[in-house]
Design a protein around this ligand. Structure first.
Ligand code: ADP
Ligand code: MG
Length: 362
């Protein structure tokens, strides 16, 4: 699993690099710098950016790492960390008591609940009890493929009795989160990585950085344009879900050109296990309690990386017709749907950014 995430990051990294090479990358003083952060959100995070000197870059990297590290720990459902209350702590106290957590976690949960209210049902951050069951079966099925099994529908249905997000009680003044029902469990996986990426991007913008890209396992956020060459847009590769990602690092279905925006993909090909030759992946339709099966992948382009991450999961779960309605109502969101047979559909906005549709970088 981790290996595949690595490859995914490097695809974006390599592609981003290839622009830099063709642009020549330097003005008088500005240089391109790159680094990788490992240990956060189960993936490799790559930072590429332009600035005047190594020292400046190192300062930005340190800021980014502090932020990723904090959000990684706060959103972790499975591990405890010294001196912080996180999602695990909230879940352990379900039905018992409110838990005081750092403000950023309150904000993240509040934001997710607002987005859930504003959109069709498909993402539910209170689906943890159901996702736990799938997580356990997937872990066992990967460890011992011969014994891989599907969870019993009765168990999923029973767990689903404790997934009402209305039962999440937030007290912003006290900075507490309380899951009112025993058995409830939060899972922020649908948006945490993108939310963290956006927060990091905003911190770096505030600090004065005007030209960089952050790639965190399928979530890419670009700010400004590459500097000093003949191209003013970043190139972001979208993986081809029908290719074996382990065997071909350049298995791309397309390339997006953009500045100041995010490209986020949700797919069935990164985290899955196989039962009787059929693939069961990690994005669960709250209606059926089974992996959503409309698409191989959905890619979103919009400015905010947290919103893009939330939407990539949502539109992966929603049937195509509902996704199209959403896209029509939200012209600042571009979508690429990849179906099981390899066919694709896209919004006009997405078409105008894709290499395969004739887009060329500015
Ligand atoms: P990834 O994290 O692999 O980039 P996504 O952004 O699509 O992919 O998020 C998938 C994660 O979201 C799952 O690993 C799980 O933690 C969580 N999740 C899966 N299905 C749902 C759902 N219907 N609602 C909320 N969270 C979900
Ligand atoms: Mg997502």
């Amino acid at each position: 699993m981790f290996g595949k995430s690595l490859i995914r990051s490097f695809i974006v990294y390599l592609l981003a690099c290839s622009i830099v090479v063709t642009t020549g990358c330097n003005s008088d003083k500005t240089k391109r710098y790159t680094t990788h952060l490992i240990g956060y959100f189960d993936t490799v995070i790559t930072l590429i950016g332009y600035c005047d000197q190594q020292k400046t870059f190192d300062r930005y990297v340190q800021m980014a790492e502090e932020e990723f590290s904090q959000l990684h720990q706060l959103c972790d459902r499975y591990h405890a960390y010294p001196d912080i209350a996180n999602v695990r702590t909230i879940n352990l106290n379900a039905g018992k008591q409110p838990v005081q957590v750092p403000e950023v976690l309150v904000e993240l949960i509040q934001t997710a609940l607002i987005w859930q209210e504003e959109t069709e049902e498909g993402v539910n951050i209170a689906l943890g009890s159901v996702l736990d069951i799938w997580h356990n079966y997937r872990t066992m099925g990967i460890a011992d493929p011969g014994q891989a099994q599907l969870p019993a529908l009765e168990d999923l249905t029973e767990a689903d009795r404790h997934t009402d997000s209305q039962q999440i009680e937030i007290n912003p003044a006290e900075k507490t989160v309380f899951l009112r029902e025993t058995g409830m469990s939060l899972d922020l996986g649908a948006l945490a990585k993108g939310y963290a990426t956006e927060r990091v991007a905003q911190k770096l913008i505030e600090a004065g950085w005007t030209s960089f890209a952050i790639s965190s396992g399928g979530n890419v956020r670009t700010v400004g344009a590459p500097i000093g060459g003949d191209r003013n847009q970043w190139s972001i590769g979208i993986e081809d879900p029908n290719e074996d990602q382990n065997s071909d690092e350049n298995a791309l279905i397309d390339t997006v050109y953009l500045t100041d925006g995010s490209v986020v993909t949700s797919g069935d090909y990164q985290r899955y296990y196989t039962v009787n030759g059929k693939r069961y992946h990690h994005i669960i339709d709250p209606e059926t309690l089974m992996p959503a099966d409309h698409f191989r992948s959905v890619t979103i382009v919009t400015e905010d990386s947290g919103w893009a991450d939330y939407l990539s999961t949502l539109l992966f779960v929603l049937p195509y017709d509902e996704g199209v309605i959403f896209a029509e109502e939200n012209p600042d969101v571009d979508v690429l749907w990849v179906f099981s047979d390899g066919q694709t559909q896209m919004t006009d906005g997405m078409a105008s950014r894709l290499k395969s549709m004739g887009a060329v970088p500015d």
